[in-house]
Design a protein around this ligand. Structure first.
Ligand code: ARG
Length: 456
């Protein structure tokens, strides 16, 4: 395609390092869509005859069918998806195929294809995140009143509702979705028509190709259009943050499924066994989601390092952008699907969660709050009184509710047996009804709000 000034062909290793077709064949739908939009615009502008434009369009439509049916042929001598398609077009329609590349370069072509691909990938991830949220919302609704220990420092802290805990992830994934959506707005501009770097002498209509490809407008600067990859970096950055959220949830599944916790069990479909220990049931999928976050974080780094030292405009280093983003997308889509499946099907061991929620003096803050409200103690004093009660209960090896009244009133006269008996985990969670709090009534409201937000 570019051999006019060359006497000999490339060395075999040159061909191998240069070719991107094994990777960028994944852009074929976008490549054909962009070529059809370009050809139609060239025809409408009188840059190509209507006859040639139509021949090109029909040929490209046929190639799309061939690729869909048989895959994209990989021939390293054709370098990339752009030349592979153009070469096939020449086989089908002959000489007119050579007119498709008028007023175009592979530099604006690949930038266009890649933006279109990342746009679709963004929409797919959004759907995956929405499905993840729905699974969490369904389980949260089921468990709006179920009680579990809430942790700080992985120490039992205060009783919470399981629904509230699950809703925390719904919020994180909502922000992930909004990050992807924000990035999509910036991404959705058309590089096509920038040609190699400087624009073109042909009277293009870049607004027309933008419209045909669903872009909001043409990119304003041809140099920027062919050189920058911040849309791909934003995709990887957003994907990294979503992967961090998934990894934390995965970590909780791993911990919760362990025998010392025993909060959940995963069904057979989401567990694996051990080849030596017959009793084993391992949460491998969660561990793999946790591990794959490493790949996603690496993807951002890898792409950032490729781009950061490049002078304007295009350099071939940029060819490696696609493998990175494809891998990141695949890893995130798979992680989301696996995590959604686990959340939908795991069983919560509610007795165990509730029992542990009552350990570790988890209602100590409730007693301190009660002393502030009913005995008018300053919170710091109340904190001290309750600290002494906990210390004594610990010495006696009992929970707060079982502290003998004589011991309690000796610490502070207001701490009667009746007060201690009222320190149940149910009362504790019901009392935390501040906005955003763990009380079942707030959890149900939050579920309704999150479901409504999902419809937008
Ligand atoms: N395969 C190339 C890539 O992915 C297409 C652009 C080639 N441009 C060039 N000037 N050699 O980046």
């Amino acid at each position: 395609m570019w051999g006019g000034r060359f006497g000999g062909g490339p060395a075999a290793i040159m061909q191998e390092i240069n070719a991107s077709i094994p990777i960028d064949k994944r852009l074929w739908e976008e490549d054909i869509a962009a070529s059809r939009a370009h050809a139609a615009m060239l025809g409408a502008q009188g840059i190509l005859t209507q006859g040639d434009a139509q021949k090109i369009d029909a040929g490209l439509a046929q190639i799309a069918e061939e690729y869909a049916a048989n895959g994209v042929p990989v021939d390293l001598s054709l370098e990339d998806i752009h030349m592979t398609t153009e070469s096939r077009l020449r086989d089908i329609i002959g000489e007119a195929a050579g007119r498709l590349h008028t007023a175009r370069s592979r530099n604006d072509q690949v930038a266009t294809d890649f933006r279109l691909w990342v746009r679709t990938a963004t929409d797919r991830i959004d759907a995956g995140l929405a499905a993840m949220q729905k699974a969490l919302l369904d389980r949260a609704e089921e468990h709006a009143d179920s009680i579990m220990p809430g942790f700080t420092h992985l120490q039992v802290a205060q009783p919470i509702t399981l629904g509230h805990h699950l809703l925390a992830y719904v919020e994180m994934f909502a922000r992930d979705r909004s990050r992807f959506r924000d990035a999509r707005v910036r991404l959705n501009e058309n590089p096509l028509g920038s040609a190699a770097l400087a624009g073109t002498s042909f009277p293009l209509d870049r607004h027309a190709t933008a419209k045909a490809l669903g872009f909001d407008r043409p990119m304003a600067n041809s140099i920027d259009a062919v050189s920058d990859r911040d849309f791909a970096l934003e995709f990887c950055a957003s994907a990294s943050i979503a992967a961090i959220h998934l990894s934390r949830l995965a970590e909780e599944i791993v911990i919760w499924a362990s025998q010392p916790f025993g909060f959940i069990s995963l069904p057979d479909a989401w567990s694996t066994g051990s080849s030596i220990m017959p009793q084993k049931r391992n949460p491998d999928a969660a561990e793999l989601v946790r591990g794959r976050a490493g790949m996603l974080l690496g993807a951002f780094q890898r792409l950032a390092v490729v781009v950061k030292g490049l002078p304007l405009t295009y350099s071939k280093d940029l060819q490696d952008d696609k493998a990175t983003v494809f891998e990141a997308f695949d890893a995130l889509a798979l992680s989301l699907a696996a995590m959604t499946g686990m959340i939908e099907t795991l069983t919560f061991r509610l007795d165990r969660m509730r029992a542990l929620a009552a350990t570790g003096y988890s209602t100590a803050t409730d007693l301190a709050d009660w002393l502030v409200k009913e005995a008018n103690l300053p919170f710091r004093d109340a904190h001290h009184v309750v600290g002494s009660c906990v210390k004594r209960a610990e010495q006696l090896g009992v929970e707060l509710s079982a502290l003998p009244e004589a011991e309690a009133v000796a610490i502070h006269p207001a701490v009667t047996a009746q007060v201690l008996a009222s320190l149940t985990v149910e009362a504790s969670v019901a009392s935390r009804a501040s906005y955003g709090g763990t009380a079942p009534i707030r959890v149900r409201e939050a579920i309704a709000a999150a479901r409504a937000a999902q419809q937008d």
